[in-house]
Design a protein around this ligand. Structure first.
Ligand code: ADP
Ligand code: MG
Length: 591
């Protein structure tokens, strides 16, 4: 007997399982399927994204449905149109050997009459997004008054997207005797409320940690002058060359404007807002999913549909009016157990909003400084060097090597490296070389930003030293673990290592000058897991902040905007809502 047989699945489903190539049930399936098959019960199941929740409710649902009756017996609510289609496709595969079983998808942005036609033909299972479902109930197109099972899939996401009222309305059209199965990755308060309100003594199963994911987002803010939001956004992107982000603006107009400017400046950006057609939005979302777009500029409403898991950064170009909305925004990152960063660009007058948000999310923000031009140059430089190191060699090049050697004759290794790096780096350097400090100067004389966790304000100017170290996220470090590693390796105190800034394959940190000798000595011949860990004093002495602080803010001559045309590959269609199609490679155009 296979493990799937042992769960109590009937032959037609087992055959489908074989076709699907599933060998063993996942944990959530192993737990949920027998409960649902053997009992008529409400159920709350918590399991991370990607753990096979669809089959966990899909198999029992299909087995319990009477396919000889055309009545709609099962309703699945899901947050986005993409998920809705995904679930529908999966269910169709599961039920391929069951004659007469129809599953129909109902979602916004597509022809309502086509969906109505499919419903009319008889659909035992309806998979729907809440908005469209409510609409169709209102028009009397779909009848869910006789359903036996209602499934709330990705319940946390649905509530995140503000579907609470819609769900409530929809449930009020279903019979009291039905059974409700709620599947969710996390269990925030809102989900608990739904469970309490709409379910009767639900059985509960949990796979992994209950609230895993919720604490993996780090919140940061950057204080800037109101007119420096855009150049700040660019710097945040340039400091994170591998960024894959959603940038939130308050209005459709700002969303479009910011996206257009980014595209014009050579970034892989796209806009997502309600003034675009469904077709345009699909194009943008597809490009984003394929990572052809690295910065998706979106309004809150339009971003409801985003179900992408590995977003590295959420950038709040402007803070939302409602604190709630901030939670929804930052929840776009740090999903599926990954860590993420939510950055907020604020003006001084908005700082109290940060306080209110901290209260709401019960997490502290880290006050960050906007990187100076030179710091960005340095990051880009190391990034470029690691990129060259990690580039897979195209063997075709070998054929041309003699000819290339002819051209490059007489150039030694160091010179060659300098030239290769300069091809890309000079553009960056020329742009940022004299760029001003964007950090707002504290006029009341209290000095720099306040100190915060893991960070420390600038050390007294007689000697903070910034270092480069050749380990980063790729080696599984984040700022906390790298700080711990340094502190332990060097036997230094908690506050002796600060401004730890972890990038993909390298990082930066500061110490006071008195420790420099110890550090350089310790890391002169130091291996971890057989690999040399190398530390150098960074050419950029204070990192962000000090070098720029003394510079005059006035003039405005060297504002980033006035140099906006630095990038070669200026998009020829600045008005278009996205540029993804043109740039096939992820990082193309980022230098
Ligand atoms: P979740 O809803 O928990 O995020 P899904 O139900 O979308 O996860 O499943 C994620 C992927 O895993 C899908 O591609 C699905 O086909 C696959 N999958 C589900 N169950 C199994 C299994 N038992 N064995 C192998 N793959 C599975
Ligand atoms: Mg799912």
């Amino acid at each position: 007997m296979t493990k799937f047989e042992a769960l109590g699945l009937e032959q037609s489903l087992l055959d489908a399982v074989t076709d699907l190539g599933f060998e063993n049930p996942s944990e959530v399936q192993e737990k949920a399927i027998p409960i649902l098959l053997e009992n008529e019960t409400d159920l709350v199941a918590l399991a991370q994204t990607g753990t096979g929740k669809t089959a966990a409710f899909g198999f029992p649902l299909i087995q319990k449905i009477d396919s000889s009756s055309r009545t709609t017996q099962g309703l699945i609510l899901s947050p986005t149109r993409e998920l809705c289609l995904q679930i529908t496709n999966e269910l169709k595969l599961y039920s391929k050997y069951i004659k007469g079983l129809n599953t129909v998808a109902i979602y916004g942005g597509a022809s309502i009459s086509e969906q109505a036609k499919q419903i009319k033909r008889g659909a035992q299972i309806v998979v729907a997004t809440p908005g469209r479902m409510k609409d169709m109930i209102g028009r009397g197109i779909v009848d869910i008054s006789k359903i036996d099972y209602c499934i709330l899939d990705e319940a946390d996401e649905m509530l995140n997207m503000g579907f609470y009222e819609d769900i409530k309305d929809i449930l009020s059209n279903t019979p009291d005797e039905k059974f409700t199965w709620l599947f969710s990755a996390t269990m925030p308060k809102e989900v608990a409320t739904i469970a309490k309100k709409f379910m009767h003594h639900p059985k509960e199963i949990t796979v992994g940690d209950k609230n895993a994911g919720a604490t993996t987002v780090q919140h940061e803010y950057y204080v800037v002058g109101g007119r420096d939001r855009y150049p700040t956004l660019k710097r945040l992107a340039d400091t994170n060359p591998d960024i894959f982000s959603v940038v939130f603006c308050r209005t459709k107009r700002d969303t479009q404007k910011v996206a257009e400017k980014l595209i014009e400046d050579g970034y892989n950006a796209g806009a997502l807002h309600g003034d675009l057609s469904q077709n345009q939005r699909d194009l943008v979302m597809n490009a984003f999913r394929k990572k052809q777009i690295q910065m998706l500029v979106a309004t809150d409403v339009a971003a409801r549909g985003i179900d992408v898991d590995d977003i590295t950064h959420v950038i709040n170009y402007q803070l939302p009016d409602e604190i709630e909305t901030y939670t929804h925004r930052s929840g776009r990152t740090g999903r599926a157990g990954k860590s993420g960063i939510s950055m907020v660009i604020v003006t001084r007058s908005e700082l109290r909003k940060i306080k209110s948000i901290e209260g709401k999310i019960k997490q502290k923000f880290i006050a960050k400084k906007i990187p100076t031009g030179m710091e960005i140059c340095e990051i880009q430089l190391y990034h470029l060097a690691s990129k060259i190191r990690d580039t897979q060699i195209n063997e075709e090049v070998a054929n041309y090597l003699p000819a290339i050697n002819d051209v490059l004759q007489g150039i030694d290794r160091d010179e060659l490296i300098k030239k290769i790096i300069s091809v890309e780096f000079s553009r960056f350097y020329n742009y940022y070389n004299k760029a001003k400090d964007l950090n707002t100067v504290d006029t009341d004389g209290h000095g720099e930003r306040k100190r915060s966790k893991g960070e420390r304000g600038e050390a007294s100017s007689n000697g903070s030293v910034r270092y480069f170290i050749n380990v980063g996220e790729k080696d599984d470090y984040d700022w906390m673990s790298l700080k711990d590693f340094l502190k332990d390796t060097l036997s230094l105190g908690r506050d002796d290592v600060y401004r730890v800034d972890v990038k993909d394959s390298f990082s930066f940190f500061n110490t006071d000058a008195e420790h420099t000798e110890l550090i350089l000595q310790t890391f002169s011949d130091f291996k971890v897991d057989g690999r040399f860990v190398n530390v150098e004093v960074s050419k950029n002495p204070g990192g962000s902040g000090r070098s720029g602080r003394d510079r005059s803010r006035g003039g405005g001559k060297d504002r980033d905007r006035s140099r906006g045309k630095r990038r070669d590959r200026k998009s020829s269609h600045g008005k278009s809502s996205h540029s993804g199609k043109r740039r096939s490679k992820k990082r193309d155009g980022f230098f």
